[in-house]
Design a protein around this ligand. Structure first.
Ligand code: COA
Length: 181
């Protein structure tokens, strides 16, 4: 497991799947994700089986929050599209328990994932894509050091609108400079 002070990242268990399905079917959560259709538990189970045979470095991790002596699952994050030659990866994240939004847990989880990416996997660049309408996400990413890279204009159609998609990234040099501060 990957431990921070308030948050830890752990491997997904089959028992987590009903919770994931509920989160991913919440319109306020999936509005910002790359999901369009309602999502069944059977589809989630098939995703889980496929995931098990994907490279371990790309397995999504459960975000858990420390509460007293217990750890509460609140969401999910992952590094994906790992390109070992260019030492680059994409990051994806969601907090499905909405009462945990805006408390800094997303930022904490991203810091752990970046540390893992740079200090364990030896990556050089971690990037993400986010809808320009996702102001909470953009703010969370800026806070942990993601830099704006570019805007893909009207790249995706969601909720009856063509949305701009922003690309943001953190380079290893930027990560190291922040650690030194
Ligand atoms: C995006 C997400 C992972 C961020 O995690 P989080 O724990 O809520 O974020 P944090 O608390 O670390 O940071 C959120 C910041 O955005 C700010 N914020 C919230 N709503 C905002 C708004 N409408 N406009 C501007 N800033 C906003 C918060 O105040 C906070 O900044 P602050 O600490 O300076 O006050 C989480 O909210 C989430 O999963 N949302 C739904 C799914 C999603 O968007 N996934 C990402 C797809 S790219």
């Amino acid at each position: 497991m990957i431990y921070g002070e308030r948050v830890r990242l752990r491997a997904i268990e089959r028992e987590d799947l009903p919770l994931f399905t509920a989160w991913l079917n919440d319109p306020e959560v999936h509005a910002y994700l790359d999901l369009i259709f309602p999502f069944s538990l059977a589809e989630e189970e098939r995703w889980f089986e496929n995931m098990l045979s994907s490279p371990p470095a790309e397995h999504p991790l459960v975000i858990e929050v420390s509460e007293g002596t217990a750890w509460t699952p609140v969401g999910n994050c992952a590094l994906g599209k790992i390109d070992w030659r260019n030492r680059s990866a994409a990051v994806g994240i969601f907090i499905g328990e909405k009462r945990y939004w805006n408390k800094g847990y997303g930022g904490d989880a991203l810091r752990l994932l970046l540390r893992h990416g740079f200090e364990t996997l030896n990556l050089n660049r971690v990037y993400l894509r986010v809808y320009e309408t996702n102001l909470r996400g953009i703010r969370a990413y800026e806070k942990v050091g993601f830099v704006h890279e570019g805007r893909f204009r009207e790249a995706e159609f969601r909720g009856g609108k063509a949305l701009n998609v922003l690309y943001m990234s953190v380079l290893r040099s930027e990560w190291e400079a922040r650690q030194a501060q």
